[in-house]
Design a protein around this ligand. Structure first.
Ligand SMILES: Cc1ncc(COP(=O)(O)O)c(C=O)c1O
Length: 421
């Protein structure tokens, strides 16, 4: 199939990240169900990748599927609001503590729209992100900090504007750097994950996020929390689990069970400063939204997923499994004296090739070992386990079982014994 696909699809895949799976070709999926994927050769895998978080609540959650099929028969896209949208707005406000919401198609979109709104609210142009971040294909955020300067991220195709003109980048967990970067008063928004997940999991040190809130508030900078991945911490994301008070929140990936949908929320203050241009005669060209955004199908899926799938009950199953996964891997690392560590963030667990958890992007990037990574991932793949190709990260979905976790433990043990032998 891969050979045939290469004749028409760039790289033999419908989306270029799919070439990053280890081995000479990606497996082609026939079916995803619950915590498992079956490939076209009939082999079944325990899936800890879960569509890189898009299927964090399992493949084909029943309530989402039922609502989606029912809505498909009643109209997919109409350029009209449906009653489901009210339910979704109210539910997101209740969960995340921000009063106003709008829908997007992807988390990338949600971040682009949030940044645009922050610029509108502040009259400033620059944004601030963190070394090692990923917020989707948002030009200004596709950067790295290299020798103290913000630079295009390695491998990124050319930016339309030099990122030094659009972006400040600093290291995570460094309040002095944040204070200095915000002091000139030219930053519209700080866009961040409350715990970084895209160059390994990096947890905030005690008091850091309070410091971010204090500094952004003092300098009139909009604080945007991207909860796309950190939603693994609880039903109201990391924000609610840790009582944070951002000005804006962006969400994507699992919000409609994997059906393309995303959302961004704003505070009363951001709303008051942006509403006139959002609802002006020119709203269709103000740079937010798109023809299919907010379609009836996506809203029906979001409602069902929020109501029946992304529930406290689901987390009560997922998080203990993540603890079991974490404890098992940690025990093996210690038993074999490996200079590695594990980190858990709610239903997400990661192991990394350094003795202590990194405090920032620079430390996390320095600990990368692409060859070791590919070896471990291929070892897993050949023994029925899928891990996200670009991370050593495992996500537990509500359908995952102890047996799934223990299979990973067994294979992980064998793989490190092979390395050490
Ligand atoms: C934190 C975060 N935000 C946004 C995105 C972009 O999501 P999407 O590719 O669905 O637009 C990603 C993707 O990995 C992400 O990790």
């Amino acid at each position: 199939m891969f050979e045939r696909a290469r004749m028409s699809m760039i790289g033999g895949v419908p989306m270029n990240w799919m070439v990053e799976w280890p081995g000479p070709f990606p497996i082609f999926a026939r079916r995803g169900q619950g915590s498992k994927i079956t490939d076209v050769d009939g082999r079944t895998y325990v899936d800890f990748c879960l569509g890189d978080t898009g299927a964090m609540f399992g493949h084909g959650p029943e309530a989402t599927v039922r609502a989606a099929i029912s809505q498909l028969r009643r109209g997919i896209t109409t350029m009209l609001p449906t009653e489901d949208s009210i339910w979704v707005g109210e539910e997101l406000a209740r969960r995340f503590g921000l009063p106003y919401w709008q829908v997007a198609m992807t988390a990338t979109d949600a971040n682009r729209f949030a940044l645009r709104m922050a610029r509108e609210a502040t009259g400033r142009r620059k944004i601030l992100v963190f070394n090692g971040c990923y917020h989707g294909t948002v030009d200004e955020a596709l950067v790295r900090l290299v020798n103290g300067r913000v630079s295009p991220r390695e491998g990124a195709m050319p930016h339309p504007i030099d990122p030094e003109q659009t972006t400040k980048a600093i290291e995570f967990n460094d309040l002095t750097a944040l204070e200095q970067a915000l002091a000139p008063g030219d930053v519209a928004a700080v866009l961040m994950e409350p715990a970084m997940t895209n160059c390994g999991i990096i947890l905030p040190v005690g008091g850091y996020l309070d410091g971010v809130r204090e500094n952004t508030r003092r300098t009139g900078t909009v604080w945007i929390i991207d909860e796309t991945h950190t939603w693994c911490a609880g039903p109201g994301g990391y924000t609610r689990t840790h009582g944070l008070k951002p000005d804006m929140i962006t969400l994507g990936k699992p919000i409609a069970g994997g059906i393309p949908a995303a959302a961004f929320g704003l505070s009363q203050e951001v709303y008051d400063k942006t509403i006139s241009n959002m609802l002006a005669e020119t709203t269709g060209v103000n740079g937010l939204g798109g023809t299919l955004t907010g379609n009836a199908f996506a809203l029906a899926a979001m409602r069902a997923t929020l109501e029946h799938v992304i529930t406290a009950k689901a987390y009560n199953h997922m998080i203990p499994l993540a603890e079991r996964f974490n404890a098992g891997v940690e025990k093996l690392i210690h038993a074999h004296g490996l200079p590695w560590h594990t980190v858990q963030l709610g239903a997400r667990v990661e192991y990394r090739f350094r003795t202590t958890p990194p405090r920032n992007g620079a430390e996390a990037i320095a600990a990368k070992d692409p060859l070791l990574n590919r070896y471990l991932h291929l070892y897993d793949l050949n023994r029925g386990i899928l891990l996200t190709p670009f991370h050593n990260m495992a996500l537990m979905c509500p359908y995952a079982t102890r047996k799934d976790v223990d299979l990973h433990g067994k294979v992980f043990k064998e793989s490190i014994e092979q390395i050490l032998s």
